[in-house]
Design a protein around this ligand. Structure first.
Ligand SMILES: [Zn+2]
Length: 235
């Protein structure tokens, strides 16, 4: 058997391994786990953000309280309004002042209402998300276990194939195997493809003049387009 023929046998066996790898990668078990991990990651970030937001509510409330105290103090100045008027104070001036304070109080009440609403919404969102996140963490653990079990099952399958691959590799030049594995890791599969009518059977690209010469002289050449290793089948 030529090196190419042996490598083709190797590739045939390797295709089984690739199939197992792809099954694992696209399995429901893996997808479920990935989704749970994704949810928990995002939810944790959001919970942190809400926590930060909640800690800003205290200072905001303190600010509103201060404003309120100031208004109460200002109002206290009008306790002796009768006396102030008797002493010749300008009534329209006091009226304007009181109107201003009334406006400020109105605004303050709106601010307090808005803050209360924000606190309530933030707290509700936090509680709901916190519960969901806990449930998902628990679920995620189950998914993890299921996935590990599934992988262990698949590992048995792939170990068998790998043993066979090792056996086949013994007859092949290690440099060739190395080159093959590099291609394989670059997601080129099949690595080895036959040439038909001077064209790559994988992507249809035509061999260049140099390519044609090389495949005749050394028996193989790399496809300039898809980078598979092309060989000429014996007629
Ligand atoms: Zn090609």
């Amino acid at each position: 058997m030529t090196q190419i023929e042996m490598l083709l046998k190797y590739q045939e066996e390797d295709a089984k391994l690739l199939k197992v790898e792809r099954e694992v990668a696209s399995s429901v078990e893996r997808k479920n786990l990935a989704q749970a991990v994704n949810f928990v990651t995002k939810a944790t970030e959001r919970l942190d953000a809400l926590d930060g937001k909640a800690s800003s509510f205290g200072p905001l409330l303190e600010e509103l309280r201060k404003k309120c105290d100031e208004l109460v103090e200002t109002l206290a100045e009008f306790e002796n309004l009768d006396e102030m008027l008797e002493e010749g104070g300008d009534i329209s001036f006091y009226k304007r002042n009181i109107a201003q304070i009334t406006d400020s109080l109105k605004n303050l009440r709106q601010e307090v209402t808005a803050l209360g609403k924000a606190v309530k919404e933030s707290d509700e969102e936090f509680q709901t998300l916190y519960q969901k996140n806990r449930a998902m963490q628990k679920q995620g653990k189950e998914y993890q276990e299921t996935y590990e079990k599934y992988k262990a099952e698949k590992r048995k399958e792939s170990e068998g194939i790998k043993t066979e691959l090792g056996r086949l590799a013994k007859d092949i030049d290690p440099e060739v195997i190395k080159r093959y594995q590099t291609k394989r890791s670059e997601h080129i599969f099949p690595v080895l493809c036959p040439v038909k009518n001077d064209r790559c059977t994988k992507c249809g690209y035509e061999l260049s003049l140099v390519g044609k010469e090389k495949i005749t002289s050394q028996g193989y050449v790399e496809c300039e387009n898809c980078h598979s290793i092309l060989f000429s089948e014996k007629k």
